[in-house]
Design a binder for this molecule. Structure first.
Ligand SMILES: NC(=O)c1ccc[n+]([C@@H]2O[C@H](COP(=O)([O-])OP(=O)(O)OC[C@H]3O[C@@H](n4cnc5c(N)ncnc54)[C@H](OP(=O)(O)O)[C@@H]3O)[C@@H](O)[C@H]2O)c1
Length: 255
């Protein structure tokens, strides 16, 4: 019996990395729905692999009108929305990671817009179209719990996202909508390409594999399996919870 049979899901950032991994695991469990991103090329490629039960919507999650359009279009196509995965985030186009001495107001705002404000408004805009009894999955990070050099602001947004899972669950008790958060450890996705020079890519991935208590970095499919669990009735007693899917990075001593 598939765990997400005919459930309609909206997955932001479903055209790359973890979001695409989530979309593929959702599909295996019988879900249908929409993937959302800005890059038409990767949207087309991802939806071609997912097949006819998925649509790709080009939208910027930092734009509130775009978010409204995403949920309206998905509802019009499928007639309901059962699951929202607020995954888009991570590296911000044109905004550097850096220390408190380095990151100024413009980069601060861009980081907050993508990694915090967009999560709030993905949920805010989706609720009007979502079924009571649905499930919302947010993407946090182990960086919410550890201070990595130059990841101060990113880590702070993720700490706030973990709080959102609690607060939103509380806000939505009357509608029986559960909100939980997955905090991945280092996972093998195209995010590395965005801030690591190509010639250093393998060395950086090896560094992280060596640091991880489990001895390797994660795969998007492994985050996808956790998202299936949180989206499905298997997690019916969980709300406001954080699931660490991190190879031990948060609580075990890094190597
Ligand atoms: N990889 C890791 O090690 C790791 C660890 C902890 C947490 N995470 C979290 O996991 C999530 C996914 O990260 P990832 O590693 O899979 O990164 P990724 O491969 O770079 O994917 C990021 C996704 O977000 C989308 N996106 C970015 N900005 C957007 C915008 N303004 N509007 C719409 N879509 C946007 C991208 O699509 P477009 O380019 O088409 O816009 C892409 O699909 C993020 O929230 C990240 O913080 C990742």
């Amino acid at each position: 019996m598939s765990k997400l049979n005919k459930k309609v899901a909206v997955i932001t950032g479903g055209n790359s990395g973890i979001g695409f991994g989530i979309a593929k695991e959702f599909k295996k469990e019988g879900a249908v729905g929409a993937i959302v991103g800005r890059n038409q090329k990767t949207l087309d490629k991802a939806v071609a692999e997912l097949g006819d039960d998925f649509i790709a919507i080009k939208a910027d999650v930092t734009n509130l009108d775009d978010l409204g359009r995403v949920f309206k279009a998905t509802y019009e196509k499928f007639g309901k929305i059962d699951v929202i995965v607020a995954n888009a985030g991570g590296a911000v186009t044109g905004a550097a990671f850096g220390t408190v001495a380095e990151v100024g107001e413009a980069d601060f705002d861009k980081t907050i817009d993508l990694n915090l404000k967009s999560i709030y408004f993905t949920v805010n805009k989706g609720l009007a179209y979502m079924n009571d009894g649905g499930s919302i999955v947010l993407l946090g990070s182990n960086a919410a719990h550890r201070a990595y050099p130059s990841f101060t602001l990113y880590g702070a947004t993720k700490a706030a996202v973990i709080h959102f899972a609690k607060g939103f669950s509380n806000d939505l008790l009357g509608r029986k909508i559960r909100v939980n958060v997955i905090s991945p450890g280092t996972t093998d996705t195209p995010v590395f390409d965005k801030f690591v020079p190509e010639e250093q890519l393998e060395a950086v991935k090896k560094y992280w594999s060596d640091v991880m208590p489990i001895g390797r970095i994660g795969q998007p499919s492994e985050i996808g399996r956790a998202a299936v669990f949180l989206a499905s009735d298997d997690s019916a007693f969980m709300l406001g919870a954080e699931l660490l899917v991190d190879g031990g990075l948060t609580y075990l001593q890094p190597k």
